[in-house]
Structures are given as C-alpha cells and as structure tokens.
Design a protein around this ligand. Sequence first.
Ligand code: PEP
Length: 245
Amino acid sequence: MSRRKIAAGNWKMNTTFESGMELARNISHVSIPDDVEVILGIPFVFLKPAIDMLLHVPKVSVAAQDCSSKNKGAFTGEVSASMLSSISCPYVIIGHSERREYHKESSEILAHKVNEAFAQNLNIIFCCGEPLDVRKQGNQNSYVCDQIEKSLFHLSSEDFSRLVIAYEPIWAIGTGETASADQAQNMHAAIRSFVGQKYGSSVASTIPILYGGSVKSSNATEIFSQSDVDGGLVGGASLDADHFG
Ligand code: PEP
C-alpha cells in the first residue's frame, strides 16, 4: 500500500521574523522528490507571511504548532482553529509532548482541539509518545494506544482517515537519543494495528505515521526506510535547511 510521505519540521519557539522567512525560503529551494510533502511547523506570528511566500511553491506547506480547544471568546493569548482557517493555514500540530507537559493538555482537551480543527477543515498532525519510565517498564504500546483512543477514537472514519499521526517518544525529543529503527517500526506497526481494530484495515493502511525524536540527516534514512514509517516530524534539525533537506 503506498502512503503519503511527509517531511514535517517543528520550529517550536525559534527564529525571528527575518531568520524564519529566510529558513522557509531556503527550504523552498530544496529539491523534493515527487512523492514527498513538506510541512513546516511555524510560530503563529510568522504563519501568514510564510503562507504567502510559499503559495506557489509546490509540495511545501505550513502547520500551526497548536490551536485552542475553544471556538472563540475571552481566552487571552489563545489562537483558534477558525483564525488559522481564515489565513488559509492548511495544517495544525495537536498534542505535542511539550504542550502536554508544560501546558497540562490532557487527552480530553486534545480531543476538543481535534474537533475544533476538523470543524474548520484543518488537517491535523496528531502527536503521541511515551515517557522514559513507561518505555523502561515495557508499557509503551498500551500508553500510546490509550492516547490515541482517548483523543481520536470518537472521530468518524472519514475524519480519522484525514489524520497524520506522529509518534514521538518523549525520551528522544531534543535529547539526541533516537529510537532505533526497530523500536520505531514496532511502535508504528502497533499503532496501525490498533487503528485497524477500530476503523478497519483500509483506513489503517492509508494513515501516514511519522516518527519524531532527534531525527537528523545522519539517522533519517535508516528510520524512514522502515515499512510503517512514512516520514518524520523533525524539531532541532528542521532549523537548518541543509540538514532538513
Ligand atoms: C519535536 O519536537 O517534534 C522533535 C521531534 O524534536 P527533536 O527533533 O529536536 O527531537
């Protein structure tokens, strides 16, 4: 089964307006294989200029790094899915482990965010992944499947099949430690099988599942060549156009 291949970057809270635009411009000059889509997770304030800059660049689009679980109103500092939609932002990242940890975003809150994003027709990159103690106890599969079930299994199969899932073991994010190719493949296969039990094999076999966690140019090829790994969500290394390319 051929699936979409995605190279997504997550700039997090990095770059200035000028350095961010330069980074987007440099990435837009990278030669991208026909079957690969590039998505740049850009800070809110630079989204609109980046969307305008990349408008005519094929296969490169942008993602917001989060959206509110609320529709609108007195929520100072929040950015709603409808605001993102109003600037034609195509993607939003939901459930990044840094949001879960530092902003206490529970699976229930994330389910609301998912609903808000789909109500505005945004595409979602949904992040999941286990902390180190869960991995050490060998409970990573049930932990990650539980995250997916609680935030996503209320969706119709039509909506579910629009998702991109990013498996990001927390112990590998920004630590320089990467999951081995086998660890990534095993988890991706477990996620696909779990999705298949709920939505059937045709939905499960078409969902792109990205790996994230200290991916860099030196380890990407081995991880991305695994049969259930459909690309990556890259943090630190996405801030350098050459490495990301
Ligand atoms: C991330 O934040 O999504 C990520 C994977 O970061 P890094 O590549 O820096 O580990």
